[in-house]
Write a protein that binds this ligand. Structure first.
Ligand code: HEC
Length: 578
């Protein structure tokens, strides 16, 4: 028999009996996968480093609950602490399947070949959808930028990216579970101001405490700056934490929940990245687990009524940026990245418009673009921009490209005249005219700037140099003159501080350090450090919200990461609620 005929025969044989073999070999396949998963788990830079040799947890939480490969991919997409895995291991679909089988074995979670096949289909579809979306049409202007690497004409040559007309989309929120809210653990006093802070597991730079595997809601006294009480979420409701947001009446706080609660065992149902927990602000226990159609990244109050939420990653059918009604726990409308013409990162508001940070392509809001530029793997990137959306009509009314790569925050002055955008990948901050889109100035910051805030009279912009997207551990704040863009000061702060917020009385700058599990408080006028507030178990803080109780004991959110609320404006010199 010649070679051609032999291979033809083998081909036919494989075709006929292949599926039978696959069925019969299932145990062997799973064993081989587990062995491969073990190898991957113990690569030089891999899971064991943070989740420990037996996956019982270390810097990262325990994995003994048996993550699916989709859960792992979701972490790679959304958890900046695991960015090192993307750069070092860059796991393929087969690698993720193998890792999951091995980790599930470690925790005694059974896996069938059907599970593996189901996951493979879903994971492949998920990654393919992402790959397609990264194709981004280059305009003539884009090509020029790539050639000359300059921002000089970025505004003049801009071509609209968003679709025209209403971009409104809906998503039906589902209530996955409800719980009894338990006993109050906090009794606020009339006339007092408190802070709320969601925290995750023990911060990665911390070595001197027994690590916590929980997410918690922390309440502290805003005057004495002492933690009063904290409530841990039940272990099965723990997720990778981000953001702190309360309803305007301060009765509920939302914190990211797990993703496992969404996908039934085997993960074959509609893939939804992570749930959102609604927590009673006085008992600090969850009352509801919600599927909002994506993994919430940032959230803030809109018009003292709704919550503006953006997602790290939206589930199929989910929205990237949306308005959420906390009375009904339903979405009242939102938009998808692809309709905006790129990939959305986070969203901010002046309570009239919604401003969305956009990056070219669509990698689901990941850190990739900026990280590649910051590490020299790419010399430049296409322009990044701010999409200005009118939530009355859901139309994009303006697009403001800016100088820099991967804006992280939009700071809006009290008259909505200017937007300030710190950009991590290029370590600069730009001031954008909100009516014309003109870039008034662009100035350097420290490494990987993230959040920012204005001081009370809006003469100074404070930016926190987190080291975002660079792999560096920033630990300074840059203070810039808002008029001239001139650097005024560098303030020494905590490692990897991402949010910096002016307190509602206009007197202090509060800085949340992800790296240290602490909040640093500075005097806004003298720039002196006033206090360092350790989070319980030094959990990783995200967000920061101030709540004030009036003389009748009724709570009001007066400040969150988006701005000042319920009539508070330190720029106006308006007094606190009486
Ligand atoms: C550099 C440290 C680090 C490495 C390396 C790392 N992780 Fe993680 N991982 C974390 C941290 C920290 C969290 C929790 C994040 C949070 O709570 O905000 C986490 C969360 C997770 C979660 C979600 C767990 C949950 O219950 O929410 C999974 C799944 C996971 N990691 C899997 C892996 C796998 C698989 C690897 C190896 C391929 C890996 N991780 C490598 C730090 C790491």
């Amino acid at each position: 028999m010649n070679r051609k005929k032999l291979s033809l025969l083998l081909g036919i044989l494989t075709f006929l009996v292949g599926p039978v073999f696959a069925q019969m070999d299932s145990t062997i396949d799973l064993e081989a996968m587990s062995a491969k998963g073990k190898e991957l788990y113990f690569e030089r830079v891999s899971c064991w480093v943070c989740h420990s040799d037996d996956a019982s947890g270390g810097v990262g939480p325990t994995l003994l609950n048996g993550p699916t490969p989709l859960d792992i991919q979701e972490q790679l997409d959304s958890n900046p602490q695991m960015a090192v895995i993307v750069s070092e291991l860059n796991p393929s679909v087969d690698d993720l399947l193998a890792l999951s089988v091995y980790i599930r074995d470690l925790g005694g979670n059974s896996t069938s070949l059907d599970d593996v096949n189901g996951w493979r289909t879903e994971l492949t579809a998920m990654l393919a959808a992402k790959a397609d979306a990264t194709v981004f049409a280059l305009t003539a202007r884009d090509k020029k930028v790539l050639e000359i690497q300059s921002f000089d004409t970025v505004v003049e040559d801009w071509q609209r990216k968003a679709k025209t007309g209403s971009l409104k989309q809906d998503y039906q929120v589902t209530e996955l579970a409800t719980y009894d809210n338990g006993e109050a653990v906090f009794s606020p006093e009339p006339g007092k101001t408190y802070f709320y802070q969601n925290i995750g597991t023990t911060a990665r730079r911390v070595r001197d405490v027994e690590p916590s595997n929980y997410t918690q809601v922390v309440i502290g006294d805003a005057d004495t700056k002492e933690v009063i009480v904290s409530g841990a979420m039940p272990e099965e409701l723990r997720g990778a934490v981000h953001t702190t947001v309360l309803t305007p009446d301060a009765r509920y706080v939302y914190i990211i929940g797990p993703s496992s609660g969404v996908a039934p065992q085997g993960g074959r149902a509609l893939r939804v990245p992570a749930t959102l927990l609604k927590v009673d602000a006085l008992t600090l226990q969850p009352i509801k687990q919600l599927d909002v159609g994506g993994r919430t990244h940032h959230a803030q109050i809109f018009q003292d009524k709704y919550l503006l939420i953006d997602t790290f990653i939206a589930s199929p059918g989910g929205l990237d940026v949306f308005l959420f009604d906390p009375e009904t726990d339903q979405i009242i409308g939102g938009v998808r990245s692809e309709d905006l013409g790129g990939s959305s990162y986070t969203a901010y508001t002046d309570n009239e418009f919604i401003y969305i940070l956009m990056q070219p392509g669509n990698d689901g809001g990941m850190l990739d673009g900026a990280a590649r530029v910051a590490s020299g793997q790419a010399t430049t990137s296409l322009p990044y921009w701010v999409s200005k959306l009118d939530p009355e009509t859901w139309e994009v009314v303006a697009e403001y490209p800016y100088s820099g790569f991967r804006g992280d925050w939009i700071i809006i002055d009290s008259d909505s005249d200017y937007l300030y955008v710190p950009a991590a990948g290029s370590a600069n901050v730009s001031k954008i005219n909100n009516s014309t889109g003109a870039i008034e100035w662009s100035t350097p910051t420290g490494i990987g700037p993230y959040g920012g805030t204005l001081n009370a009279d809006e003469t100074e912009l404070w930016v926190s140099n987190k080291g975002e997207a660079t792999g560096a551990l920033g630990r300074t704040l840059t203070v810039v003159d808002t008029e001239s863009g001139r650097g005024l000061d560098t303030v020494f702060s905590g490692y990897q501080a991402d949010h910096v917020l002016l307190s509602p009385d206009g007197k202090e700058m509060w800085v949340t350090s992800n790296g240290e599990g602490r909040i640093y408080v500075f005097d806004a006028a003298t720039k002196e450090q006033l206090k360092v507030i350790d989070m319980p178990q030094r959990g990783n803080p995200h967000g920061l919200v101030w709540v004030q109780y009036d003389e009748n004991g009724v709570g009001h959110v007066v400040r969150d990461q988006g701005g000042f609320h319920n009539g508070i404006n330190p720029a106006d010199g308006r007094p606190l609620i009486k």
